[in-house]
Design a protein around this ligand. Structure first.
Ligand code: PLP
Length: 397
């Protein structure tokens, strides 16, 4: 007899293919030796955390009051941490934020869930751009919202503003933006963001109520060739930014990030109160206290992303030389090539025969592609090429 809820039964049944692949990677590594398995399945950062993080932890534990460092606090987080982060955002993006604009969260995942909890009524629609990070659909359904997909241009993976406009209805409450993007690595430029803002603004006027942009930005600091992802609040007023240190400081297990809520958004006071309470009632209570202190000290620290850039440049040219078709990413640490032979599920199964662990595009609601997370060692990238060649040849033969 099953004791779990009907909703959970469904979730367990469809439980993340990416995780399953990760487990499979570990199994194959035990069986065949880690050096013979090319595991590109999970976005676990390979760049080491910055030395500043270790120094900050030591300093905090040695110098700060334990009752402060390990105690309960305001559900939005330590006031001084939020103030320091606001100052850092102000310096980078020319804003005028204070502690009231920042809510500390358990990573970007926590930030998204807290924000959705604060704004979604059952049946409200949230638009996402395909391909998308599949967890969005689960987060939206946590609050009985409905996920609506809008397409991207397949030559750039940028959102299609006309398609977006056609998907907005009187139930649309929010649109999730994700740049740099998982799984495509696309970075939304100012021009496309202004067009999206134009569509949202016109629809807000038409319906006489806000439509929020929810900008999911765990990869903000990972962009290449001088590309700088635009700051959404400078372009669209009714927005939230979900930021995280998981990738920016290589600290995914520490669960630390924050929400920015700009003061000029509609119902700012009511919304920030709701974010605070949402953090509590969702059971997060507050973001981990030690790493809030670390985030305050390391607010301007950045990891060295050259390890990712080197992998990208190597893999992109090696794979396209073999014949893989791929839009060149501008950020994050993913490639999203077309699956040779056209069937992503078949191709990923075939790739596994050559010890290549990849995630089918179907997992991102975009069949016909696969995702390769190149946050692995350079050696793994180099050693994997023979397997990529063999998988390609077999798939197209
Ligand atoms: N959003 C995207 C697009 C991600 O890829 C991830 C993690 O991989 C998250 C959110 C969750 O990030 P965090 O670890 O900060 O919760």
């Amino acid at each position: 007899m099953s004791c779990i809820s009907e909703t959970m039964k469904e979730l367990v049944k469809n439980s993340s293919g990416i995780r399953a692949m990760f487990e499979e990677g570990k199994r194959l590594a035990r069986l065949r030796g880690a050096e013979n398995v090319y595991d590109f399945s999970l976005g676990n950062p390979s760049a080491p955390p910055h030395e500043d993080v270790k120094a900050a932890v030591t300093r905090i534990l040695n110098e700060e009051s334990p009752t402060l460092v390990h105690g309960y606090m305001n559900n939005s987080g330590f006031e001084d941490t939020r103030e320091k982060i606001a100052q850092s955002v102000n310096a980078e993006f020319g804003q005028d934020y204070g502690a009231d604009n920042i809510v500390m969260t358990c990573g970007a995942a926590g930030a998204l869930n807290v924000t959705l909890k604060a704004i979604i009524n059952p049946g409200d629609e949230v638009i996402v751009f395909s391909p998308f990070f599949v967890e969005y659909a689960y987060y939206v359904s946590n609050f009985n919202g409905v996920t609506v997909e809008s397409k991207t241009d397949e030559s750039t993976f940028l959102p299609d503003p006309e398609d977006l406009e056609s998907k907005i209805t009187s139930r649309t409450k929010a649109v999730i933006l994700n740049s740099p993007n998982n799984p495509t690595g696309a970075v939304y430029d100012e021009k496309i963001l202004k067009r999206i803002a134009g569509v949202l603004d016109a629809k807000q006027k038409e319906f006489g109520r806000p439509i929020f942009a929810l900008s999911d930005e765990p990869y903000r600091k990972i962009a290449y060739d001088g590309v700088k992802p635009p700051f959404i609040p400078s372009i669209y007023r009714n927005c939230f930014v979900a930021y995280s240190y998981s990738k920016a400081l290589s600290l995914p297990g520490e669960r630390i990030g924050y929400i920015i809520a700009p003061s000029d958004m509609d119902s700012f006071d009511e919304i920030t109160c709701a974010l605070n309470v949402a953090n509590r009632v969702l059971g997060y209570v507050n973001a981990p206290s030690l790493f809030q202190r670390v985030a305050a000290l390391c607010r301007d620290t950045a990891i060295d992303i050259s390890v990712y850039e080197k992998n990208l440049s190597f893999l992109y040219s090696a794979l396209t030389d073999i014949g893989y078709e791929c839009v060149k990413p501008k950020g994050a640490f993913y490639l999203f090539p077309k699956a040779p032979g056209g069937d992503d599920l078949k191709f990923c199964a075939l790739a596994k025969e050559f010890m290549l662990l990849l995630v089918p595009g179907t997992a991102f609601h975009t069949p016909g592609y696969f995702r390769l997370a190149y946050c692995v060692s350079y050696e793994t990238c180099v050693n994997s090429i023979d397997a990529f060649r063999k998988a390609f040849d077999r798939a197209v033969s």
